[in-house]
Design a protein around this ligand. Structure first.
Ligand code: FMN
Length: 336
């Protein structure tokens, strides 16, 4: 059954069937996941924060070997050394990546550079003021990230309120992020004025994601109240960059003081490694399939939506389940 309500203008912009964006998640979202999502009719995205241009090139080539559909690359200007950031972006431009996705503080120079090169630019923000800044700098689509979100959380307002605020503040399309993994929530996002949803946590727990199996299983086993909002996983990012993670033995001591931690305060205690690279306790690294060590001590990012994720499934089935449920909800509401 076709359904006009789900055919929002961003589907045409991104040349995808469904208004669903997979969040470009550092470490987790590599070629297999991005390609599977794009092949399923949504928009896949590589999470390439702080990766080398060589690795980005390899991953982009791999996506292209797995799908002919458009895809994006996500970078985070303020969490990356400026020289490295521009080398990453230049590589994406050389590779003619169709969609660039950015997050955290608004980097107007990055938006302009990507736009001048012909990319479609998505900017994920956590408040309406940043949404306006990103729109003024030329972003094509604003992703409004609510407080429920997994991973780094830039704002303090929940999705229900934030999405309406951002929709009122800008005239470019808005995509809702943070707490969205069901068809019901997709319909709700559209009702709030968004043109689609960006999904992170639900795609971590897929067969194609590069997250360690333990991380995927913890998402399946956890409830909404099992997440903690804290800035203690601080090494690698600017001070005062909170994340939402699953509670673990490592976070017990943080319960009384989740916020106010500084990257330089954390002792460099190696707990894992990846290809010879040391991974420190309280860094922003999350457990990946390529890591060995005490991986349960690392940041296991997940949003409050974790309680709705019941199994590790294929990315295509996650997309299809959302679409089927959204159509059913619209049909129940007698909306087509
Ligand atoms: C494991 C994980 C890693 C993430 N890494 C990034 C990242 O590298 N860049 C980015 O823009 N957002 C990142 N995010 C945040 C997502 O873009 C998005 O805001 C969030 O996942 C949405 O909320 P949800 O988890 O409830 O779907 C990450 C989220 C998760 C769960």
């Amino acid at each position: 059954m076709s359904c006009r309500v789900l055919e929002t203008p961003i589907c045409e912009l991104f040349e995808c069937r469904y208004p669903i964006l997979q969040a470009g998640m550092g470490g987790v979202a590599r070629a297999r996941l991005a390609a599977a999502v794009s092949n399923a009719g949504a928009l896949g995205c590589l999470g390439m924060v702080r990766e080398s241009p060589e690795f980005i090139r390899e991953q982009v080539h791999k996506v292209r070997s797995l799908t002919e559909r458009p895809f994006g690359v996500n970078l985070i200007p303020s969490a990356t050394d400026p020289v490295q950031f521009h080398a990453e972006l230049d590589e994406c431009i050389r590779l003619r990546v169709p969609v660039m996705s950015f997050f955290w503080s608004v980097a107007t120079d990055a938006i302009k550079k990507a736009k001048d090169a012909g990319c479609i630019v998505i900017y994920q923000v956590g408040n309406a003021e940043d949404a306006v800044l990103a729109e003024e700098a030329g972003a094509d689509v604003i992703v409004a990230q609510g407080f429920e979100a997994g991973g780094h959380v830039h704002g303090t307002v929940g999705s229900l309120v934030l999405i309406q605020d951002v929709c009122d503040a800008v005239s470019v399309p808005v995509v809702a992020s943070g707490g969205f993994s069901s068809g019901r929530s997709l319909v709700a996002a559209i009702a709030l004025g968004a043109q689609g949803i960006q999904v992170g946590t639900a795609f971590v727990a897929t067969e194609e994601s590069f997250a360690h199996l333990m991380h995927k299983q913890r998402i399946v086993d956890s409830q909404a109240s099992d997440t903690l909002y804290t800035d203690a996983f601080a090494i690698n990012w600017p001070p005062g960059s909170p994340v939402r993670v699953l509670r673990s033995e490592e976070t017990v001591e943080l319960e009384s003081q989740p916020l106010g931690h500084l990257p330089d305060e954390a002792a460099r205690q190696q707990v894992a490694e990846e290809g010879g690279r040391p991974i420190y306790l309280m860094s922003t690294d999350s457990p990946l399939q390529s890591m060995t060590g005490d991986l349960h001590r690392l940041a296991m990012y997940a949003g409050q939506v974790t309680g709705q994720i019941k199994q590790v499934a294929s990315a295509a089935s996650v997309v299809q389940r959302m679409v089927d449920e959204a159509r059913q909800v619209l049909s129940n509401l007698r909306i087509q």
